[in-house]
Design a protein around this ligand. Sequence first.
Ligand code: NOJ
Length: 546
Amino acid sequence: MIKDESPWYLNAVFYELNVRAFFDANGDGHGDLAGLTTKLDYLQNLGVDAIWLLPIYPSPLLDDGYDIADYYGIHPDYGSLEDFKAFIKEAHRRKMKVITDLVLNHTSDQHHWFQEARQGPDNPYRDYYVWSDDDQKYASARIIFLDTEDSNWSWDERAGRYYWHRFYASQPDLNYDNPDVRREMLEIARFWLELGIDGFRADAVPYLFEREGTNCENLPETHAYLKALRSFMDQNFPGRILLCEANQWPADVREYFGEGDEFHMGFHFPLMPRIYMALRRSDVAPLEWVMEKTPSIPENTQWCIFLRNHDELTLEMVTEADRQWMWEQFAPQPRMRLNLGIRRRLAPLLDNDRRQIELAYSLLFTLPGSPIIYYGDEIGMGDDINLPDRNGVRTPMQWDDSHAAGFSGAPLDALYAPLVSSPGFTPQEINVADQLADPGSLLATVKAMIKLRKSLPALATGEFSWTVTEPEISPNPIAAYYREDDQQKILILQNLSPDRRSFNLKTTTNTTYGLLTGNSKFNQSNGELTVELEPYGYLWFELKPS
Ligand code: NOJ
């Protein structure tokens, strides 16, 4: 149950954004921190509690900033440390928290550590990275960026040795067996925490250590280091949080919460594809399966749940057969696929069907965990599958239908990425200004859901339990569940199918089913709730003694 003194992140709505894509204040075609600061009112008005910034460090941007060249600075396109401080101050003034990406596992090959390390075996930075004379070590480690890399080892001509990298070859992995590396990372964390951020989204944490004969993921040494990072934060910056990015099965992610002494939060990767699966199959079974597999987590820790993010919609956490089916269903064109995933945004994935998009949000706001909204998805922005890598889901935010979607004053050919131009998704059709002015817009609905969700702490931390509707049919298209703590009992009814569905639900005696939100009809009488859910319809109730 949420208490007054409960940590803020247990019942928070997060908003993930790319500074480059949000708003360009200086008119150079790239979004910047000053621009983001001017848009804080928008985010406050939307009702989000916390902002997660994608990497903002100096970087050659070969992995959009996850390839860091200097941990202590700001990429010049985005502004300066002064701009960053001003942004933090303004966010905090509006009672919003800010977390930033902490990329522990690797640097850019442009980082001076790597440039030095290549110079020779005696260089003090040599052991900052993982080297080998051949490319056969750690052969059981999988390759993650399957479309571009064929080995986790790359040859460095200058060093005359191979170096280890779990992601792009331009991102050498740091060597966590080296105490200097472990210490450097704590200093980097200290630097940003002293600037006032509220925590980190820690990138790619399963891969910090390598051990022969293992898949080099989730190793005990990795957990031990992450616990040390947590303890460093608790001692020096109490109240700041760590959010775990581990694209792993729930039982493996569970380990990252430790006994409440490792991460405060962890992304729930396996849930996400099953939301799409359940919708497309009109079957609650994938959701039942994943909830069944979701372990309980320690007190004061929380899942982070999401519909989409800045990466491809990952299908790593589904079976091979389900992956093929998801690709057929959601990525019929080869360009829509990337690695083991799908590079499309929420609205295009759901056929730009308002009913399905709203239902996806209903699931996001009512399943256990703190929801994260990916910038632009609150207005149903589209994507551009013709752009390379994951850039198609990282296009400029569509503020209005004026020049450059109101994102920048720069000429269109100077924008860091083109505006979305696919029919149905152009800035003329999808933009913030229009939706702010329209009480029936997706944006208005999402905003209302955020507000409601935050007023119902049982949705954040209450017990989750499925309930049965009658007549029972198989496959069952109704996702019906309770969320309950000792203050509140919420009933959620959702129709995963494109057909209208009528059913009954036994009601508890002396209880009134008060409608919280929804778009369908119901009637309570004679110990039953008679419901007629619209196609992809939903109803949220609060149960109160009558
Ligand atoms: C996960 C990030 O979300 C992704 O964008 C990045 O490419 C990899 N980690 C490597 O840092």
